[in-house]
Design a protein around this ligand. Structure first.
Ligand code: FEO
Length: 385
């Protein structure tokens, strides 16, 4: 695939990966993107995952068509992109590696014994590299998603090589909605680093960008305002969609019944969107994504060993470690002799900023009482205000 006149896509699709980054299910696989810019000087932008060495080197060789690459630009050292640096340097030993100081330190730690003597070009934030008519500017983007990350702007073709930014789950040979899997990817992987993403967006706003070339997911060429707007919402922890998420854990079905009754009442009262999630059975990353997407969240848990149920604890930890904030939360607890889940769940958000707690919370003793049913109606009413 060619992007503009001189930029070639040489990435790969991974349909073998069981868990991306060791934890995310990717039913439609994953893409590891890499690009070649052919100018008077030739630059290869990043490598790919360790399982695709031959396929990637084959694609690079085909594009090079006998020419020698001058530069390997390394924007991010996470092995889904950087695993083939040493293999590339063995294939093209005269190449100069272009990276920043932090990246070279990580490179030494990942590739012990790899000798880059005389083959390093260390860049500072804002430095440029001229390939011929293409001029690359390196913009540091620390913690989007690792500290060494930088993005690269090609001012000739107005292309932003955005590293993990604007990436998504899913291989490129599968058609699917961008927003859904880009949101799950963003919240899961970069969600904690909103302020750093905001900083990058501010830098990007000063550039004329016509194409975004991320390290995962499709090259973005049209309607870029849509993607930038989504990134602005996600990284500033704003509510993306009006609606209520009800996340529950239930062992014998009574707490589930409360969650479902609340959903029914919300729908009857005209709530624009209600999402019900069984935290023990649904994808945790999807659940976390939904909690960040909607403005209101109801947590319903049984009491277990004096705590919230384990899947609920994991869910809340996933939210708080990603700086969950600016949301309204309601609590439903169940317990057969000493319900304490609500107190535990509320306590887990102690450090979260700008959380509004519902006035109507619900304590169930084993199964729904008539009083509980009335309380659920009151909770639905408050959520619909
Ligand atoms: Fe796709 Fe942070 O690596």
């Amino acid at each position: 695939m060619k992007i503009g006149n001189d930029i070639y896509y040489v990435g790969v699709n991974d349909h073998q990966v069981d868990l991306f980054e060791g934890q995310y299910v990717v039913p439609n696989g994953m893409s590891y993107n890499s690009y070649v810019i052919k100018d008077e000087k030739i630059a290869v932008m990043d490598t790919v995952d360790a399982n695709f060495t031959e396929e990637w080197l084959g694609k690079v060789a085909e594009v090079l068509d006998g020419a020698k690459p001058d530069y390997l630009v390394v924007q991010h050292m996470e092995p889904d992109h950087a695993a083939n640096i040493e293999n590339f340097m063995k294939a093209y030993p005269d190449t100069t590696v272009v990276a920043n100081t932090k990246t070279f330190t990580m490179m030494e730690n990942f590739f012990r014994g790899m000798d880059l003597e005389g083959k390093k070009h260390i860049v500072a934030n804002g430095d440029t590299l001229t390939l011929g008519k293409h001029v690359l500017t390196f913009v540091f983007a620390p913690m989007v998603h690792w500290p060494e990350v930088m993005v690269t702007y090609d001012s000739t073709d107005k292309v932003l090589f955005s590293a993990d930014g604007f990436g998504k789950f899913g291989a490129l040979d599968v058609e699917e909605d961008w927003d859904c899997e880009a949101r799950r990817y963003y919240i899961g992987i970069v969600g904690k680093y909103g302020p750093q993403v905001q900083k990058l967006l501010k830098a990007a706003a000063t550039l004329d960008i016509q194409t975004i070339c991320p390290l995962h997911g499709p090259v973005l060429t049209e309607n870029l305002g849509h993607y930038l707007e989504k990134y602005d919402i996600w990284s500033s922890y704003k509510v993306e969609s009006e609606g209520v998420m009800i996340a529950y854990t239930s062992v014998y079905g009574h707490t589930k019944k409360a969650a479902e009754l609340l959903a029914q009442k919300l729908e009857e009262k005209g709530c624009p969107k209600v999402v019900v999630c069984d935290l023990a059975r649904e994808d945790m990353a999807e659940a976390v994504e939904d909690a960040f997407r909607y403005g209101k969240l109801v947590l319903a848990s049984i009491t277990y060993n004096g705590e919230a149920f384990p899947f609920m604890r994991t869910f809340i930890e996933n939210l708080t470690e990603r700086n969950y904030q600016n949301r309204t939360i309601g609590l439903i607890e169940n317990g057969s002799w000493a319900p304490t889940a609500a107190k535990v769940m509320k306590g887990m958000f102690e450090k979260s900023k700008n959380i509004t707690w519902l006035e109507n919370n619900i304590k169930i003793m084993s199964s729904l009482s008539d009083e509980n049913v009335a309380e659920i109606d009151a909770m639905a009413e408050e959520l619909c205000k």
